[in-house]
Design a protein around this ligand. Structure first.
Ligand SMILES: Nc1ncnc2c1ncn2[C@@H]1O[C@H](COP(=O)(O)OP(=O)(O)OP(=O)(O)O)[C@@H](O)[C@H]1O
Ligand SMILES: [Mg+2]
Length: 68
């Protein structure tokens, strides 16, 4: 990975990216209180508030539900 903050930094990783991140309740708990920007609707920004819990994804065919 390359980055530049006045100095060119090159990171070399010893491990590959993992294929699958298993569900981890402890890790998931750290997202309590996050407000996640989802996108734009005709009524303005759509924000998912993890504190309130649930999010339903619905939309027209091929408009990006699975990718999201
Ligand atoms: N934000 C985006 N910007 C541009 N292209 C996108 C975006 N989101 C999805 N796409 C592209 O649109 C196509 C359809 O996306 P996706 O399969 O996520 O839609 P879907 O709503 O799940 O469709 P379906 O209703 O058929 O299940 C894909 O080719 C995808 O790469
Ligand atoms: Mg889909």
């Amino acid at each position: 990975m390359l980055s530049f903050d006045g100095t060119l930094r090159i990171k070399v990783y010893e491990r590959n990216l993992i294929d699958c991140l298993g569900f981890n309740v402890e890790l998931f708990g750290q997202t309590n209180g996050w407000r996640i920007y989802v996108g734009e609707s005709r009524n303005g920004a759509v924000i998912h508030d993890t504190e309130s819990g649930h999010l339903v994804i619905a939309g027209a065919t091929t408009f990006g539900k699975s990718n999201f």
